[in-house]
Design a protein around this ligand. Structure first.
Ligand SMILES: NC(=O)c1ccc[n+]([C@@H]2O[C@H](COP(=O)([O-])OP(=O)(O)OC[C@H]3O[C@@H](n4cnc5c(N)ncnc54)[C@H](O)[C@@H]3O)[C@@H](O)[C@H]2O)c1
Length: 335
């Protein structure tokens, strides 16, 4: 039995809590939360011990795994506290706001000999995973160009609106856009040149952006991300991949956020000389899949291959480069 301490009782912590409860061999033994209302809702629902201090939680509870679901500006502090206490760490994306913080987290986990994974959930999301496999199988030939997008209304749920403060969350370019940057890095490798143009919201953060990435293998990607949509605009994400002999396309639209992620839309395959084909991917909750994978790696002392700190760092460097380009009127930034 592995004992998990959950840090935070906000939006993503609730998603993780539901996932952990489905994993055999795991017990969420306690949670840390500073917001009284969030804490009492969580306590009522799950009846597990609550701590207002993570240090106290570590002193009182016998913990194997720490799951960091706190605002991004706190990721480094709590990851390092957990690692220095000898706990394995799962941390939500983005790994951190600055490269130096991400490097320090990685080094602290390495030094303490604990497993460290970052929640780049698209690496576990049915349609995204299947698309990677389809490309590897050569279903549309060599990829030539990739488009990916992720759009939503402004996130309104975060405590004290931390997510809308660029100094705490990085804004949409760091927080939201990073999903697609990491995914396309997974498909295409290491970005070489990055340029971006975008729109600043009233909060002065880059909250609606278009990024062009040229990869070392010459393939180009055009990525769009933002949370400035208005009214009832549904959470929308997807991709279009042009290959030498075909096209893959997938679009997902549902809910306000990702709460309706179980609604499946097929991947559409268009190929030379063939009629269009639809591939429906039987959906497991990707947050369950990523935590289950992490647990298995910890349990069986296996090296983590998906959501590694190196991948998380590359994704962070990609969005930081996009931000630098945005600040310089779309100038080309080399990674
Ligand atoms: N992988 C994904 O799809 C995904 C989705 C949403 C959020 N996230 C990430 O998860 C992390 C948490 O985001 P969220 O949407 O759950 O946020 P949230 O505001 O809903 O939850 C954060 C929780 O941390 C608590 N907290 C503890 N200490 C705090 C402090 N000192 N200051 C402020 N809050 C404190 C807050 O009270 C709150 O309950 C972020 O890094 C975010 O980028 C990932």
């Amino acid at each position: 039995m592995k004992r998990v301490a959950l840090l935070g009782a906000g939006f993503i912590a609730s998603v993780h809590m539901e996932a952990w409860r489905r994993i055999e061999g795991v017990e969420v033994c306690a949670f840390f939360e500073i917001h009284p209302e969030k804490a009492s809702l969580f306590r009522e629902k799950y009846a597990i011990p609550h701590y207002e201090s993570f240090g106290e939680l570590l002193r009182q509870e016998n913990v194997d795994i720490v799951d960091v679901c706190l605002p991004t500006f706190l990721h480094r502090e709590y990851t390092e506290m957990a690692a220095n206490a000898g706990k394995h760490v799962f941390c939500e994306k983005p790994i951190a706001l600055k490269e130096a913080d991400a490097l320090a987290m990685h080094e602290t986990c390495r030094r303490n000999g604990v497993q460290f994974m970052v929640g780049h959930v698209l690496r576990f999301w049915g349609e995204y995973v299947r698309t990677k496999t389809l490309l590897e199988e050569g279903v549309i030939g060599k990829p030539l160009a990739v488009e990916a997008f992720r759009l939503s209304v402004s996130p309104a749920w975060s405590v004290d609106s931390w997510i809308l403060k660029p100094e705490l969350s990085g804004g949409a370019v760091i927080d939201l856009h990073i999903h697609d940057c990491d995914y396309v890095n997974w498909l295409l490798g290491v970005p070489q040149e990055i340029s971006a143009r975008g729109v600043r919201s009233v909060r002065q953060s880059w909250d609606h952006v278009f990024t062009t990435v040229r990869y070392q293998n010459g393939v180009v990607a055009s990525l769009q991300g933002g949370w400035m949509m208005q009214g009832d605009f549904p959470f929308t994400c997807g991709y279009r991949i042009l290959g030498e002999t075909g096209v893959l396309e997938w679009t997902f639209r549902a809910g306000v956020n990702i709460e309706e992620r179980a609604l499946a839309n097929p991947i559409i395959v268009y190929r030379q000389g063939k009629s269009r084909e639809e591939i429906t991917v039987a959906g497991e909750d990707p947050y369950y899949s990523e935590l289950r994978y992490f647990f298995d790696c910890v349990e069986h002392h296996r090296a983590i291959e998906h959501g590694t700190p190196e991948q998380a760092l590359l994704a962070l460097r990609t969005v930081i480069a996009a931000q630098q380009s945005l600040e310089q009127n779309g100038a080309m930034v080399t990674l």
